[in-house]
Design a protein around this ligand. Structure first.
Ligand code: IPM
Ligand code: MG
Length: 372
């Protein structure tokens, strides 16, 4: 298969982790005889620095003409601390999502057996967690009108949804549930918000089309608690933009590190693949950022194009790296010399040669452990 992939490394640790995902995709292309062409573009704070804007026209063109976008991370603490900044890195990501029509953000949350003790939650509570979050990505409070009064003392953000925006992602979430444990949980705040009541109405109306799926309704505050107390009760979670942002970051506690969570953002014409974590500015360029979320985002990219065997091999490589503790310090306190690049190298190696790699890396552990 031939694919043109736009690569937007972005800010902070984005370039480091994306570089590992690229290695992995290149290894897959070699192994399976595909042609993947990669073209890089600027976005976020690094784009502001070079061009003055977070989403240059050239980047948008590149993404519009690509088969898929591989995205790194966005953000910079200097903007976070300046509420008056008019131009912000995040506008780059939000502009991309909106312009490419990426309305469905799919975030898998899977607890790895080997990492259960990395979570601050109890093992027996999180074991076997496997959740798929469908987060609406181009509507809601993120994109509604934003107003700041002239005197700067009053501000508002409108949370608005149209029926069609709810319908299209609801269908996707129902279909996903049908291929899994056939459970869908709508998370909203329908006891307070009109927009949530629209979500509830639409989901109720569509439910008869999916008679094999059981639907639960939870308010966001309760869902936030249930997700921690008993994450196994969930199969597919469907929710609006901001609730999905918050719940998915909370869910990362279950798997032990936010550096593990990948995502796919899908629209009618375009698709983008990105870790759910931010730029991790303070960890950038130290070799400590976990590249697995980016690598698993690349696996989701492969699956999007039906390259399931290829994706399975990537996932196997990730599983192996976790089993052998070839992971960055967020997951690995014993072998803290294992850098972002080493994890990428290991998974790349595994793809090139699934049988022989383990030995080499086991030896690296043994060798280093005498030094530590
Ligand atoms: C995410 C991020 C983004 C979001 C930020 C960087 C704008 O937190 O993808 O979860 O809020 O959607
Ligand atoms: Mg987020």
């Amino acid at each position: 298969m031939k694919l043109n992939i736009a690569v937007l490394p972005g800010d902070g640790a984005g370039p480091e982790v994306t570089a590992q995902a690229l290695k992995v995709l290149k290894a897959i292309a070699m192994e399976f005889n595909h042609v993947f062409n990669f073209t890089e573009g600027l976005v976020g704070a690094s784009a502001i620095q070079k061009t003055g804007i977070p989403l240059p026209e050239e980047t948008l063109d590149l993404c519009e003409n690509a088969d898929a976008v591989l995205f790194g991370a966005i953000g910079n603490t200097s903007y976070d601390l300046d509420p008056n900044a008019k131009i912000r890195p995040e506008q780059g990501l939000l502009g991309l999502r909106k312009s490419l029509g990426l309305y469905a953000n799919i975030r898998p949350v899977i607890a790895y057996e080997e990492l259960l003790n990395k979570s601050s939650l109890k093992k027996r509570q999180i074991k076997d967690t496997n959740i798929l979050i469908y987060r609406e990505l181009t509507g809601g409070i993120y994109f509604g009108d934003k107003v700041l009064s002239d005197d700067g003392n009053k501000a508002s953000d409108i949370c608005e949804y149209n029926r069609f925006e709810v319908e299209r992602i609801t269908h996707l979430a129902f279909k996903a549930a049908q291929s899994r444990k056939r459970k869908l949980a709508l998370v909203d705040k329908a006891n307070v918000l009109e927009s949530s009541r629209l979500w509830r109405r639409v989901v109720q109306e569509l439910t008869p089309q999916y008679p094999d799926v059981t639907v639960d309704y939870l308010f966001i505050d309760n869902a936030a608690m249930e997700l921690i107390i008993n994450p196994r009760q969930f199969d597919v979670i469907l929710t609006e933009n901001m609730f999905g942002d918050i719940l998915s970051e909370e869910a990362s506690v279950i798997v032990g590190s936010i550096g593990l969570l990948a995502s796919a953002s899908i629209g009618e014409k375009h698709a983008m693949f990105e870790p759910i974590h931010g730029a991790y500015t303070k960890g950038a360029n130290k070799g400590i950022a976990n590249p697995i979320a980016s690598i698993l985002s690349a696996a989701m990219l492969l699956e999007h194009f039906g390259l399931d065997d290829e994706a399975a091999l990537v996932r196997e490589g990730v599983d192996k790296s976790i089993k052998l503790h070839i992971t960055t310090p967020d997951l690995n306190t014993k072998y803290d010399h294992i850098t972002t690049t080493k994890v990428g190298d290991f998974i790349e190696d595994f793809i090139n040669n699934p049988d022989e790699t383990n030995l080499n890396f086991t030896n690296i552990h043994l060798g280093q452990s005498t030094i530590i």
